[in-house]
Ligand binder design. Structure first.
Ligand code: GCO
Ligand code: MN
Ligand code: MN
Length: 389
């Protein structure tokens, strides 16, 4: 029998080259896995059923490579893509590994570092577009501070804005078919990172010169680290037409950035997240920005990758089951207390509506007594999840 949870191209599952190549290094210990060549990585991703891959410039082309080396690697990557059918869905810049970026890239106090960061990003955009990327992610890992006296946070936001405006204009001048997706994170590697949440990013985007080509790339781990509700952030991004990309993974609240296998924590939260993505008509990639446990060997990495995709496919089925469950539907119907007349009054302000509303009598005690059977609703959701419905 065919595996109904097998990954399919229409799932749009993607992995960053850095995710499956993660060698298991952490602040307390060295690598537990050997390096993985990027071209072999691309081929293996295709083999396990990913639709696409993403990369930082230096995941593919090592920092400081010559033009000839770069071109040879690009040719090899294109061949792997052609042979396997995998696409390059997103590209991004590594503006965090080299010591030059130790105090920030676009927000550094040093104008030469800022200019170098923009130059490096222009080159990385060219590289991404050459491989077919349609989305370009900005994650400012070093755009933050430990010593707030050293960098004016307001100035940092302005510098970040200037960089975005410059790079948007570059994309337009080059006539690239590319949009930007900004990824927030509250901290790590910096003590505090500017634009710490997806909500901050949405507000920041509204101040950009080419705001229409800039959206967000929320990451499950990042809002969760901060103790926030990730699904609410994604919903807000969707609601304002700004969900351009998404980083899915697993994370416990209040910890360092764990980047665990998707669904390994908080299955209920992830079920509701998948339901939101699937029901919203979101067409973008489902990117797993995570890595295998440090305890895994090279083969275990692919168990990790398969697990991310399989969990998503299962949760997608469960979400559908939730939406078809008669008892759940009945409760949702019961708590949906729409009222055409009142809604007509409050939808849009007019003097007549305001007057009518002022004259409308309400009985707060009667309203408060209306039943909200959330215990039963949540139990039913749990039972779908536990597989007994
Ligand atoms: C993290 C971040 C990164 C970015 C990546 C792409 O957890 O450290 O999420 O993995 O997503 O650098 O910009
Ligand atoms: Mn992360
Ligand atoms: Mn990420």
């Amino acid at each position: 029998m065919a595996d109904r949870y097998a990954p399919k191209p229409e799932h749009k599952f993607t992995f960053g080259l850095w995710t499956t190549a993660n060698p298991g290094r952490d602040p307390f210990g060295s690598e537990t896995r050997p390096p993985l060549d990027p071209i072999a990585n691309i081929r293996r991703m295709a083999e396990v059923g990913a639709w696409g891959f993403n990369f930082h410039d230096n995941d593919l082309v090592p920092f400081g490579s010559t033009l000839a080396e770069r071109n040879r690697i690009v040719a090899d990557a294109k061949k792997a893509m052609k042979d396997t059918g995998i696409v390059c869905s997103m590209a991004t810049t590594n503006l965090f590994s080299h010591p030059v970026f130790k105090d920030g890239a676009f927000t550094s106090n040093d104008a030469a570092v800022r200019a170098f960061a923009i130059q490096k990003t222009m080159q990385a955009i060219d590289l991404g577009v050459e491989l077919g990327a349609k989305i370009y992610v900005f994650w400012g890992g070093r755009e933050g501070a430990e010593v707030d006296l050293a960098k004016d946070p307001q100035e940092a936001i302005k510098r970040n804005r200037e960089a975005m405006n410059f790079l948007c204009a570059y994309v337009k001048q080059q006539k690239y078919n590319l949009v930007f997706a900004l990824e927030a994170k509250p901290n790590e590697p910096r003590g505090d990172i500017y634009n710490a949440t997806t909500g901050n990013m949405l507000a920041f985007i509204a101040t950009l010169e080419y705001a229409q080509m800039v959206g967000v790339n929320p990451e499950y781990a990042h809002e969760t680290m901060a103790g926030l509700n990730f699904t609410h952030h994604v919903a807000q991004a969707i609601e304002c037409g700004k969900l351009f990309h998404i980083d899915l993974n697993g994370q416990k609240m209040g910890r360092f950035d764990q980047d665990l296998r998707f669904g390994s924590e908080d299955l209920k939260g992830n079920l509701l997240l998948v339901r939101l993505l699937e029901n919203s008509g979101y067409k973008g990639p489902r990117h797993f920005d995570a890595h295998a446990y440090r305890t895994e060997d090279s083969d275990g990495v692919w168990d990790f990758a398969r697990g991310c995709m399989r969990t998503y496919a299962i949760l997608k089925e469960k979400a559908q089951q939730v939406d078809e469950d008669r008892e759940i539907l009945q409760i949702l119907k019961e708590i949906d207390r729409s009222n055409k007349e009142l809604e007509g009054l409050t939808k849009k302000f007019s003097a007549a509506n305001a007057k009518k509303l002022m004259d409308t009598p309400f009985d707060p005690n009667e309203l408060a007594s209306r039943r909200l059977p959330y215990e039963r609703l949540d139990q039913l959701l749990n039972e779908v999840l536990m597989g007994v419905r």
